[in-house]
Design a protein around this ligand. Structure first.
Ligand code: SF4
Length: 360
């Protein structure tokens, strides 16, 4: 059986967040003789699983990469322990700046072709090559996240049935989950779709849970009571409009202000974009500024409508999906923590008043 057919049988989807079927990507890459970039950057906030795969499963990871392509580059953040591990193993490393969008698929391809680590406009899928919007010729390139490549190696070794022994029929296979935030035992956990989120929270030692952020800046939020009751799968989180995505779970404790947290992340986002598209140059910084004023309790209630309007204007207008993710993440937070938002608008947020008192 061909590797494409085997991965199709297994139902492997990308573990980097998008969940695109790996067999389809590989089929197209094999037709064009594409190079492979193994993305070990852990580019999403709060995700550490690819670092773990490199640290603990490098032989299997290399085997997976060898199955997929003849020419392989290993993308890792410059100066990271992952980069050192890959170099020590004698692998060809593509050093990536430690910026949020620098490890986006097309940004890695741009970097590989001598350009800047910025997402690029293109007319065809990266795996088919062609030209970018500036007319630069791009070699066909398959970009897969490190956990995905490790899973390819496992499927080749243990078979599709073994892989389907984990997860659900619609979302098969083992998955890594990174637990962080207000937990006693942060770290990367083996998991699978269909397990109760309670199991993940208890394994990481979460007790005090105001809310849970899923999949970093490309995901959204659950209230604590919903997180304890939810199922860990795309289907289980669909009622909340959140994908499991990159598999990051961030626990926000009761002593944390979710509005302040949203403002901090949005401000971080405003500084991380490549600043080459309208929504990132103007929209994301404006959203961050409004959230900061909301967190400080000085945003007039009338401006909330404007904030929601701005969020609605972000998706689908950039060269990459970064502004789409920021919009979904912030909108989900405002919806999930509507009681805390209302308290901020009314100047009644206890946490906000405590902070103001501490700085006086
Ligand atoms: S949408 Fe934003 S992050 Fe994406 S390429 Fe444009 S400026 Fe960069």
């Amino acid at each position: 059986m061909s590797l494409v057919a085997l991965l199709d049988d297994a139902g492997l989807t990308g573990r980097g967040g998008a969940r695109f079927p790996t067999s389809i990507k590989l089929k197209s890459a094999l037709e064009t003789g594409a190079d492979l970039i193994v993305n070990a950057c852990d580019g999403e906030i709060g995700v550490h699983k690819d670092a773990l795969v490199v640290a603990e499963h490098l032989d299997a990871l290399q085997h997976g990469a060898d199955l997929l392509a003849r020419r392989v580059q290993w993308a890792a953040h410059r100066g990271s322990a992952t980069e050192r591990r890959l170099r020590n193993a004698g692998l060809r490393v593509l050093p990536v700046p430690s910026r949020y969008v620098a490890s986006e698929e097309s940004a890695l391809v741009s970097l590989l072709h001598g350009g800047r680590a910025r997402p690029i406009m293109r007319q065809a899928p990266i795996s088919t090559g062609g030209k970018d919007a500036q007319g630069r010729r791009l070699r066909p390139t398959l970009v897969l996240n490190a956990e995905t490549v490790w899973r390819v190696s496992q499927i080749e070794r243990h078979g599709a049935a073994w892989f389907r022994g984990y997860g659900t029929a619609e979302e098969p296979g083992p998955r890594l989950v990174t637990m962080g935030g207000n937990v006693d035992r942060p770290g990367v956990y083996d998991s699978e779709a269909g397990v109760p989120m309670r199991d993940l929270l208890e394994a990481a030692g979460a007790v005090d849970v105001r809310g849970v952020g899923i999949s970093g800046m490309s995901g959204g939020w659950l209230r604590g009571r919903d997180a304890w009751a939810a199922t860990w799968s795309d289907a289980g989180l669909a009622p909340y409009g959140i994908p499991t995505g990159t598999g990051a779970v961030h626990v926000l404790g009761r002593s944390a202000c979710p509005v302040d947290h949203l403002a901090q992340i949005a401000t971080f986002a405003a500084g991380e974009s490549a600043g080459q598209c309208g929504p990132c140059m103007f929209g994301v910084p404006a959203v961050a500024s409004q959230l900061e004023r909301l967190a400080d309790g000085v945003l007039p209630a009338e401006e909330m409508l404007d904030l929601h309007h701005r969020l609605g204007m972000l998706p689908g207008r950039g060269a990459c999906r970064f502004p789409d993710g920021v919009s979904r993440f912030v909108a989900s937070g405002l919806r999930t923590f509507s009681a805390e938002v209302d308290a901020h608008l009314a100047g009644e947020c206890v946490l906000m008043q405590e902070r103001a008192g501490a700085t006086r």
